[in-house]
Design a protein around this ligand. Structure first.
Ligand SMILES: Cc1cc2nc3c(=O)[nH]c(=O)nc-3n(C[C@H](O)[C@H](O)[C@H](O)COP(=O)(O)OP(=O)(O)OC[C@H]3O[C@@H](n4cnc5c(N)ncnc54)[C@H](O)[C@@H]3O)c2cc1C
Length: 163
């Protein structure tokens, strides 16, 4: 499996300058395109992933925010100065080194099954977001579902032994 990177850039403005009814704003751009809108907080949240996310992690917050504002200015020329921002850098975080497991080239659902295969004479069972071969991978629900699956397998095994 691979391990992918998704970062978020939160930018808070003194006022909501976009149409409050919008859930999101999409700009045709190869760098900053999808903004999630939170008008009550006057906040836009931008998602960046993959190589762009890796590149941005090497830049300062100020450099990143300036680039984002330049993009937004194309459709909102009167954009106000932001009052606060927060930029995640999960790729550099030594406790995370990324955000989600993903299928790197060559990995398949068989890879997930292999990672979930019990071992040590059937005494160790594996759950986790990267083992959810019956559903989605990489999210909390994937971890939860795979946990249920393995708990049921252990329960069934113990029942079989005791009966
Ligand atoms: C930055 C980021 C943002 C995310 N955002 C979302 C989101 O918005 N929505 C969503 O659904 N999912 C999100 N995820 C993914 C979600 O957090 C994971 O899919 C989920 O936590 C995986 O659960 P898990 O139980 O498989 O693994 P983990 O939660 O990683 O649990 C593994 C545990 O094992 C422990 N461990 C590791 N090695 C050992 C060892 N040798 N001995 C003992 N313990 C060990 C670790 O400390 C950890 O507690 C995000 C993940 C990251 C990193």
């Amino acid at each position: 499996m691979g391990f992918g990177l998704l970062n978020k850039i939160f930018i808070q403005f003194p006022l909501t300058f976009w149409d409050e009814k919008l859930d999101s704003i999409f700009i045709a751009s190869n760098r900053f395109c999808l903004f999630h809108c939170q008008p009550l907080d006057h906040m836009l949240i931008l998602f960046v992933c993959g190589n762009l996310a890796r590149e941005l992690e090497q830049q300062t917050d100020e450099e990143i925010i300036e680039q984002v504002l330049q993009r937004l200015k194309r459709i909102y020329p009167q954009i106000p100065k932001p009052i606060k921002w927060l930029v995640t850098r999960w790729g550099c975080d030594p406790f995370a080194y990324g955000s989600y497991s993903n299928f790197k080239t060559g990995a398949t659902y068989e890879t997930l099954k292999e990672l979930a295969r019990e071992c040590y004479d059937d005494r160790i069972y594996w759950a986790g977001e990267h083992t959810n071969y019956d559903g989605t991978i990489g999210c909390v629900d994937s971890a939860f579902e795979s946990g249920h699956r393995e708990a049921k397998r252990i329960y069934d095994k113990l029942n079989k032994i005791s009966s």
